[in-house]
Design a protein around this ligand. Structure first.
Ligand code: COA
Length: 333
């Protein structure tokens, strides 16, 4: 096992909306059943925004993480907010969260790497912290997938929920740390949600540019389920293997793997490929569904709070999602 300069997770926080939608609730709006959803995905319930904005969830998670870290928001050097469901194009979620924290005077950045956002965020935080001009970085992942889920499409709407989770990170010398992040833009059409259309008084009436994307005029999340499934079952083990290789540790030596919570079957297939037993996989998809970038820190939060993950454990965060993006971080908690 290689020791290097990495990050210490000083505090964690989480916030989920109180409103809960069960499989039975979905069976009332689309042609589905608890049995189908449970068997194909492992999901039973998701938390859904009852009107709370995305930044509100993120700020609450951030406050808890700061309290656990025992630092004030003024001591932060940077906020990185991972989200693909922001409340505004501008200002960023990170700026809105900074405002809610009552702080100012340091940079705030949003990153959109879909479900890999938390992994990318931790990787970026470590690189910023290495420059020694800031002491603490807050990484918040906050998502409201309910904004662009098509509640008439039974193959997607049953998968997604809303949540936020955050970590306060500090530089740590002589520790376990490695990261691997990657993307393959050729898979962009497999998981896509449209932003605003190009509308202005000067443009031609007909589209002249081929977006090479599905249904470019709808803002709903569109998904090629089978393509994403195939990608995920390869990307998850690949990312863990690459990060472990850099850290000179075998995947089986990890104490816990916290995967993106997309589908239990994806995680089971990937665990088999990796030679890691399912009891090392930290799961809470049953209660929250897929909450994109928030799903990894949300599962980590439950793992820590339940005592399943302890200080000193060798853990791996691994994400995959729209982009297509993927990546993993190995660190000592
Ligand atoms: N309830 C009941 N039936 C459903 C359904 C639902 N919610 N959703 C789809 N079906 C039906 C399909 O219409 C299809 O019916 P047909 O055979 O009559 O055409 C049948 O179930 C099988 O569909 P299929 O797409 O083959 O199911 P699947 O086993 O591949 O499961 C997903 C579908 C979406 C759960 C699965 O492909 C998946 O998890 N993909 C990855 C998605 C993902 O992780 N996205 C986020 C990544 S970050």
């Amino acid at each position: 096992m290689k020791r290097t300069t990495g990050v210490k997770i000083k505090g964690i926080g989480r916030c989920v909306p109180e409103l809960v939608a069960t499989n039975e609730d979905y069976a009332k709006i689309v042609d589905t059943s608890d049995e189908w959803i449970t068997q194909r995905t492992g999901i039973k319930t998701r938390h859904i925004s009852n009107g709370e904005p995305n930044f509100f969830l993120g700020a609450k998670a951030a406050k808890e993480a700061l309290a656990e870290a025992g630092i004030s928001a003024d001591e932060l050097g940077l906020i990185i907010c991972a989200t693909c469901t922001p409340d505004y194009y501008t200002p960023s979620e990170a700026c809105l969260i900074q405002r809610e924290l009552g702080a100012a005077g340091f940079p705030c950045i949003d990153i959109n790497c879909a479900c890999s956002g938390f992994v990318y965020g931790v990787d970026m935080a470590r690189r910023y912290l290495a420059c020694d001009d800031m002491k603490y970085v807050l990484v918040v992942a906050t998502e409201e997938l309910s904004k662009f889920v098509d509640y008439e499409d039974r193959s997607t709407c049953i998968l997604f929920g809303d949540a936020a989770a955050a970590v306060v990170l500090e530089k740590q010398d002589d520790t376990l740390f490695s990261s691997f992040t990657a993307a393959d833009g050729s898979g962009a059409p497999f998981l896509a949600a449209r932003a605003l259309l190009t509308i202005n008084p000067f443009r031609a009436e007909e589209d002249t540019y081929d977006m090479r994307m599905p249904e470019p005029h709808r803002h709903y999340l569109l998904q090629e389920g089978k393509e994403v499934y195939k990608f995920a079952t390869n990307a998850l083990p690949l990312a863990v293997s690459k990060a472990c290789e850099k850290a000179e540790i075998a995947p089986a030596e990890l104490d816990a793997v916290i995967p993106h919570q997309a589908n239990v079957r994806i995680i089971e297939t990937a665990a088999k490929k990796l030679g890691v037993s399912m009891d090392k996989m930290v799961l809470n998809i049953r209660d929250y569904g897929n909450t994109s970038s928030a799903s990894i820190p949300n599962a980590f939060y439950d793992g820590v709070k339940s005592g399943r993950i302890k200080r000193g454990d060798k853990v791996c965060f691994v994400g995959f999602g729209g982009g297509l993006t993927y990546g993993a971080v190995v660190l000592e908690y």
